[in-house]
Ligand binder design. Structure first.
Ligand code: AHM
Ligand code: MG
Length: 337
């Protein structure tokens, strides 16, 4: 039973009690992710000070060269997981290849993927950014994890979630048993349960998309966008527009308030005809969260959780949010409107 205010660790342990076969690995894994999130949150909060204090290109107080925040976040995620004993392989949006464990690190049963700092183009402007993570049970049987452990469809995720570094820092996750949100209390350094059992409204009247791409969108997306711009008070159209340009921030708002976020396929860059967002680091984990909250995620024609990945950095069109809003967009994408 969820109790507002309890620390993340206790919440995870209480949830695990429902699974007598649970080994505690999972609790340890999420605890390590939360630890990395606290360290990243601390650095994000002082990002603007780096130049003022003259650290750039020099050494920080620990004598380490100061790094770009996205590289720093990537290193913290990898460090937190490498020696946890719960992981056999990792994948990061920042690394072209799967991240193997060093020989001395203990091996565990999980494959973890993450976007360490999503929305990184917003860092310099103190705009909300985030970390997204996806956890699979390994399916390979050797000592080390393999690419096969990472290339699993989203419906096989054991857990997924994200951290949003905004006006407060929040960690939201699901293990397939509802979605819970925790707010970091910086004074005690703990994530405390603030949003138990999050449910996404069935409908919403807010859309979130980079409309600057309108001329590059395919006709079905243009028709959908024209539709939600029409004046029809009965269906709350025209919808309101909100776009931060950090997926985590746009997603988090959509999860809580309802509506729809879209990053469709477009013809902008012939090298990325399937849109911009990554299946394994962005779309798939957020799809598990939204589905557990009663919403839906789609490519426009297929449930995101059913997409079989064929490469680590695969991109995918994404329509995600309130169930009825995603289904309305799907009708356009599938040519039924
Ligand atoms: P990033 O992983 O390099 O930060 O890029 C992903 C980001 C998402 O957070 C956001 O939804 C999208 O890119 C915004 O793209 P655009 O600037 O094309 O609107
Ligand atoms: Mg990203």
């Amino acid at each position: 039973m969820s109790q507002t205010g309890i620390p993340l660790n206790r919440h995870i342990m209480e949830q695990q009690k429902d699974y007598p076969e649970a080994t505690g690995d999972f609790t340890g894994l999420l605890t390590q992710i939360a630890l990395a999130a606290k360290i990243i949150s601390r650095e994000v909060n002082k990002a603007g000070l780096v130049n003022i204090l003259g650290f750039t290109g020099e050494k920080n107080v620990q004598g380490e060269a100061v790094k770009k925040l996205d590289i720093f976040a990537n290193e913290k995620m990898i460090e937190a997981l490498t020696y946890s004993g719960h992981v056999c392989i990792m994948g990061s949006e920042e690394d072209a290849e799967p991240i193997a464990l060093p020989p001395e690190a203990p091996r565990g049963d999980y494959a973890v993927m993450f976007d360490p700092l999503d929305g990184s183009s917003n860092i310099e402007a103190a705009i909300t950014i985030g970390t997204i993570f996806s956890i699979h049970r390994r399916i390979s049987s050797g000592a080390d994890g393999t690419l096969e452990d990472l290339l699993q469809p989203g419906h096989q995720q054991a857990a997924a979630g994200y951290v949003v570094y905004g006006s407060s820092t929040m960690l939201v996750y699901t293990t397939g048993n509802g979605v819970d949100g925790f707010t970091l209390d910086p004074s005690v350094g703990e994530f405390l349960l603030s949003h138990p059992n999050i449910r996404t409204p069935e409908r919403g009247s807010t859309y979130s998309a980079n409309e600057g791409n309108y001329q590059y969108w395919h006709p079905e997306m243009q028709c959908y966008m024209d539709h939600i711009h029409e004046k029809d008070p009965a269906s709350k159209r025209p919808y309101a527009s909100r776009y931060v340009g950090s997926l985590v921030a746009d997603f988090h708002r959509t999860l809580l308030y309802g509506g729809v976020f879209l990053y469709p396929a477009d013809s902008k860059d012939p090298k990325t005809p399937t849109g911009k967002l990554r299946l394994l680091y962005e779309a798939s984990p957020l799809a598990m969260v939204i589905q557990e909250a009663g919403g839906k995620a789609s490519t426009g024609t297929e449930n995101i959780l059913d997409v079989q990945p064929n490469k680590l950095h695969q991109r995918v069109p994404l329509v995600i949010g309130s169930r009825a809003e995603v289904e309305l967009a799907e009708e356009f994408f599938q040519g039924n409107r």
